[in-house]
Design a protein around this ligand. Sequence first.
Ligand code: NAI
Ligand code: OAA
Length: 334
Amino acid sequence: MVKAVVLGAAGGIGQPLALLLKTNPLIDELGLYDIVNTPGVAADLSHIATPAKVEGFLPPNDGLKQVLTNADIVVIPAGVPRKPGMTRDDLFKINAGIVRDLATGIAQTAPKAFVLVISNPVNSTVPIVAEVFKKHGVFDPKRLFGVTTLDVVRASTFVSEVLGDLSLSKSVTVPVVGGHSGVTIVPLLSQSSHPLPSGFAQDKYDALIKRIQFGGDEVVKAKDGAGSATLSMAYAGAEFASKVLRAVKGEKGVKAPTYVSLAADPKGAEALKKELGQELEYFSSIVELGPEGVVAISPLGSITEQEQTLIKAAVPELSTNIQTGVSFIGSSKL
Ligand SMILES: NC(=O)C1=CN([C@@H]2O[C@H](COP(=O)(O)OP(=O)(O)OC[C@H]3O[C@@H](n4cnc5c(N)ncnc54)[C@H](O)[C@@H]3O)[C@@H](O)[C@H]2O)C=CC1
Ligand SMILES: O=C([O-])CC(=O)C(=O)O
């Protein structure tokens, strides 16, 4: 029996994500939690002819505790999205407290669940979850993930557009490392499964990097005040959740870039530290997944000088973002 839970399930991401999870054959039970509307979303989804049993919960009557009871995997898209002109860090003020409170609930009721954090700013919200878990004495770095899959999905799509063949997008894989905001998003195009055309011009390369790094802004601008990416994020979140569950079920060699605590793999962390030139507590790199979560965190490997420059720009900002999350819990009464 596998129980998946979505916290923030009535939102722009939460609803389509819950829909995709309802169609995932690896999930037997789907728990939906939000501060509004989850009974309706659950009733709607429950009519879909797939096996997963769906139930919706609200805060009254210990709803958070109820939804998290026996949870195996918890996905968190709860929180406010950006409006034009905002950075992801501007969301910290509201989302940090939301994520802290949900993490407290998970630490108390489902401390062994895999936790997948979507709520922004991911670079800081993942450390928040970890610090809450540490305060409760239940932190297992192998089971906590920041979902950066949308960056990987965008890279596949934009590279296949450059190659002039969108049908390639499912098979193009580009490692995207670092974190999940602006310059902390580092696409390693030199490691793309499908190389860029030979003689690809520098200005085109720069534009492609920028588009992957700031793909979120493109959607925020187009939605014009109505929020940020929801449908592509739901797709990406469902893809990543599915990978975690496939690994749990025993499939070998499942890998994905994801933002993790480097304490999950000290050997991998040591190699990354050498490459990055300094120690970071969290970093998104290609992670091998297994039945207990993180098996190994890959080093960057061979990268170009241009990519080295991108990494140099990412590291200090990541370090600040991580510290912001850690200090927030340091000063929070739990
Ligand atoms: N990691 C990533 O790649 C991406 C992350 N995001 C982030 O995901 C988050 C959600 O985005 P949307 O779904 O578009 O926002 P939304 O506003 O449509 O939905 C958020 C949902 O969270 C719920 N919520 C608020 N406080 C809650 C609480 N304490 N407990 C449970 N639920 C609560 C709201 O009621 C709402 O239904 C944002 O922070 C956004 O920045 C968005 C896109 C990509
Ligand atoms: O841009 C945003 O605020 C939402 C997000 O994280 C993304 O689309 O990558």
